[in-house]
Design a protein around this ligand. Structure first.
Ligand SMILES: O=C(O)CCCC[C@@H]1SC[C@@H]2NC(=O)N[C@@H]21
Length: 254
């Protein structure tokens, strides 16, 4: 990918860097966070140690995915950032939707296509000396999903080969604009500006689900969307429970 071209195509005014290979774009930007003065987008053609949520890895092969991170500063610090990963999911899903790719969201912030994972989001934060928070918004999108990679991941996964028609620089610029717009809106209005949009995109709304905590079933019920801080609402036999994203994972029962 070409950093200058992405910047020229984007309206976001964010500095763009492209590297051939790195361990993890999230790890790179987190390490640089104390010295950053303005937003940066770091795109890697290939990651050798991609990080996923809850300590998992993000596996990809060269040329088969988009892997990038955007460093963004929130002057108000960590307060109110709980719903940010979900807001990023909305921005990503809506941008893909505008490009003609119909996708849905799985709590807390996976992007699904036809029920399989198309993209993952990992938001990591670091508090600066002045109390502001640097958030590193890391996104991996499967462009091609070879059988061998699916075998390594251990489940089926979605991809979006239609990208070949659009071009990677243009797609990257479009995603960057959608993310920058969402981050600015989140800074102003918080997750309130995204909650209805998230619930509209919710893949498992009203469906029976199981919530697992480190492999152990914690709750079973009907998924009822998220509240205005991004917590999952689950209607169980014992009533409605509210779940905070952490190490928990969600499965459908049907
Ligand atoms: O679904 C998940 O568990 C989140 C996956 C996030 C992967 C992206 S790829 C770019 C950025 N750098 C990383 O190391 N991880 C994120």
């Amino acid at each position: 990918m070409n950093a200058d071209r992405i910047m020229a195509l984007s309206r976001a005014g964010v500095a763009v860097e492209v590297v051939e290979e790195t361990g993890s774009t999230n790890a790179d930007l987190l390490a640089r966070a104390p010295r950053l003065t303005a937003p940066v987008l770091l795109v890697a053609e290939h990651q050798t140690a991609g990080r996923g949520r809850a300590g998992r890895s993000w596996l990809s092969e060269p040329g088969h995915s988009l892997t990038f991170s955007l460093a963004w500063r929130f002057a108000g610090g960590l307060r109110g950032l709980a719903g940010l990963p979900l807001a990023i999911g909305v921005a990503l899903a809506e941008t893909l939707g505008r490009l003609g790719q119909s996708v849905q969201l799985k709590w807390p912030n996976d992007v699904l296509k036809d029920g399989d994972k198309l993209a993952g989001i990992l938001v990591e934060t670091q508090v600066a000396a002045d109390g502001a928070a640097w958030t590193i918004v890391g996104i991996g999108v499967n462009l091609v999903m070879p059988d061998a990679l699916e075998d390594r991941i251990g489940r089926s996964a979605a991809a979006m080969p239609w990208l070949a028609r659009m071009g990677r620089d243009e797609l990257m610029a479009t995603l960057l604009d959608g993310l920058a717009e969402a981050l600015a809106l989140f800074a102003r209005d918080g997750f309130a500006a995204f909650v209805a949009r998230w619930n509209t995109l919710h893949a498992w709304q009203g469906r029976p689900v199981v919530l697992l905590d480190r492999g152990e079933v914690q709750h079973e019920g009907l998924a009822a969307g998220v509240d205005d801080t991004g917590r999952l609402l689950l209607d169980t036999a014992a009533g409605r429970v509210t779940i905070v994203a952490g190490d928990v994972s969600l499965r459908t029962k049907d």
